[in-house]
Write a protein that binds this ligand. Sequence first.
Ligand SMILES: Cc1cc2nc3c(=O)[nH]c(=O)nc-3n(C[C@H](O)[C@H](O)[C@H](O)COP(=O)(O)OP(=O)(O)OC[C@H]3O[C@@H](n4cnc5c(N)ncnc54)[C@H](O)[C@@H]3O)c2cc1C
Length: 403
Amino acid sequence: MKKIAIIGAGASGLMAACFAAPRAKVTIFEKQKMPGRKILATGNGRCNISNRNISADFYHGKNPAFVNNVFGSFGLEATEEFFSTIGIPFAEGKDGRLFPASFQASAVQKLLVFEAQKRGAEILLHRRIDKIVPQKEGLLLITAGQEQYHFDAVILASGSCAYPQLGGSDSGYTLAASIGHSIQPPVPAIVPLNAYPGVLHRLEGIKWDCALKAISNTTTIASSIGEVLFTSYGLSGPATLDISIAVNRNISLQKEVDIFIDFFPEIPMHNLQSHFATLFSEKGKPLALCLAGIIKERIAEVILSCAGKDPFSEAQCLKKEELPELVGFFKNFRSNPGPARPFSEAMVASGGVSTDEIHPSTMESKILPGLYITGELLDITGTSGGFNLQFAWSTGAIAGMNA
Ligand SMILES: Cc1cc2nc3c(=O)[nH]c(=O)nc-3n(C[C@H](O)[C@H](O)[C@H](O)COP(=O)(O)OP(=O)(O)OC[C@H]3O[C@@H](n4cnc5c(N)ncnc54)[C@H](O)[C@@H]3O)c2cc1C
């Protein structure tokens, strides 16, 4: 019987095991004390397992179209069918987000481990693979403890360096590079952003629905609408996480990026101007207080100060011709992202093994036949919403079937 090794008992590794066993003798090497630790933390413990709207539009990387082939071979329907067979039907949430019907990430981790073992896969814990050595026939794996194992095929499913507290590390990049694969340098993604001017940090703790638009060299590189959480260093919250992949990728390429914040995304500019004009017409009322009924007072105070207005000055003193510029600060507040926040805060890492070097229909390496590479280790990053797990499930299943 063919002997297959899987390096990493994460989302894609466990999925690969389910599809490779029992046809082959499968051994999974996991460096941590338990399999699927990252799965447990997904979706805030609810596991946003996939998304109804899977398409290449939601993926970043040097060649996002790579996902079309992947999902053509093993897409959402096949994923849903597999999970349903192992006892995890999906429930649908906002924006097509899919969850296990129990909304429990622990169920996904437990049932995947159970299924892999039921199909005959063996999981070896506390075993970090440090070397992959190509042999005349097959591949030799060497652990950190210098144990040696020989296999006919190896699936490298060791994930990215994001979230080191749950096992993320450079290990996969090092192993792939040692074989000759090119690595797009990893960048923290789906992560809060350092943002300036520093006066924004006075909004720490406030949540407000905004539209965000990231622009580099006059091109819009990302946009989102939704909740922004203002922090002591800049921006967080779902709308920020959505634009963070493109923002950090551009910063890593030394490109200038501006983030424009619209504090009134539902109100067009000219309507907001007349709205402000009405609110400011009351005699004796301070500027910030005039706005307190339509936006959090601290936001009003900070943005008014940025616009050079004293928030406590009388609104009626504002000249009519000053209004458009002032409203512009609320509709198009310009901020600049700083250096990327650390990988310990990033849900995923963009970058990774170049997809040009992988056969999309099998996940086999074009550089070393018999080696298969899956999941987040590849240079494909999904936006938040279940897209990263779906890529891990699909690539894992394809590698498992083909190894
Ligand atoms: C907090 C958090 C929440 C998330 N929520 C979601 C979500 O709701 N939806 C979504 O789609 N995505 C989510 N993600 C992203 C998603 O979890 C990952 O994209 C996905 O787990 C990647 O799967 P993978 O198999 O490539 O890697 P992983 O799941 O990270 O698995 C890799 C495994 O390999 C092991 N390993 C690494 N190197 C070695 C080695 N040398 N030897 C042995 N073992 C090794 C690691 O310990 C790890 O267990 C979240 C991520 C985080 C951190």
